[in-house]
Ligand binder design. Structure first.
Ligand SMILES: [Zn+2]
Length: 248
């Protein structure tokens, strides 16, 4: 099994809402490709290709999140660069359905969506859609959808496991992978960066801050007790340090 980091553009993000600092912070926007013998999995799909030319689809969020996204960086191109067609992808597992995690979904025609039922439900609630927290045009494209509740072993062999880490959103989850080199957890937006993990710091705009901190503690436990390497959701330095050919 191989884990490959794909970068689907960047967002320059206002530190005022992320860590309380000043100015903007560049965030890599990952889609993680997992090559398993029984399927090709994406964990999140990155930015919608329209954001290469206009921020219309994210409305007022553009004040805080400024896309830095060029042709050739969209999900289809990133897969092509690895010799993979979009039709080869069998599963899309989502940490959550914010615009920078679900935007590439429309490019993947045949894969089954796997996510926590609480996230799917929240993402269709009109009160959140009206507040621009979710945009169904990111994820409602007629895919098969498998909603899960709690931990879920994707292939039944213990190698790829969804771990609920709610808080940032109602149904947020992380993904644990048993690589040959050791266990890894893709934290998603439960934890943006290593520094925020060290400080137990949470962005100000999440759904439930206390719940998110509890989920961060669970990830810290997996790190400390199970020896899991944590790969953070938007950590520029860590992301740059990963080998482009991936981890095995
Ligand atoms: Zn998010």
């Amino acid at each position: 099994m191989r884990l490959v980091p794909l970068e689907i553009g960047k967002l320059n993000s206002a530190r005022s809402i992320i860590d309380g600092g000043e100015g903007m912070l560049p965030f890599p926007i990952p889609s993680w490709l997992i090559e398993h013998e029984h399927g090709l999995v994406l964990f999140d799909t990155g930015l919608h290709v329209d954001l290469q030319s206009s921020t219309d689809r994210i409305g007022p969020s553009a004040t805080f999140f400024d896309p830095d996204f060029s042709p050739g960086e969209e999900l289809t191109a990133r897969l092509e660069q690895r010799g993979i067609r979009t039709t080869d992808i069998t599963h899309m597992v989502f940490s959550h359905l914010h615009f920078d995690h679900a935007g590439g979904t429309v490019e993947i025609p045949d894969a089954r969506i796997v996510l926590q039922g609480a996230e799917w439900d929240a993402a269709h609630e009109s009160k959140y859609i009206e507040r621009n927290i979710y945009n169904p045009d990111d994820f409602d494209h007629g895919h098969d959808v498998e909603t899960i509740d709690g931990e879920h072993d994707l292939f039944g062999d213990g190698l790829v496991t969804c771990i609920p880490t709610p808080g940032h959103t109602p149904g947020h989850q992380s993904l644990r992978l048993e690589l040959e080199s050791g266990p890894v957890v893709l934290t998603g937006d439960c934890v943006y960066t290593e520094a925020m993990m060290d400080d137990m710091a949470v962005p100000k705009f999440g759904h439930d801050t206390d719940l998110q901190v509890a989920s961060m503690r669970e990830l810290a436990r997996l790190r400390d007790e199970d020896g899991c390497r944590l790969l953070f959701g938007h950590d520029e330095d860590q992301f740059r340090s990963l080998p482009t050919e991936g981890l095995v």
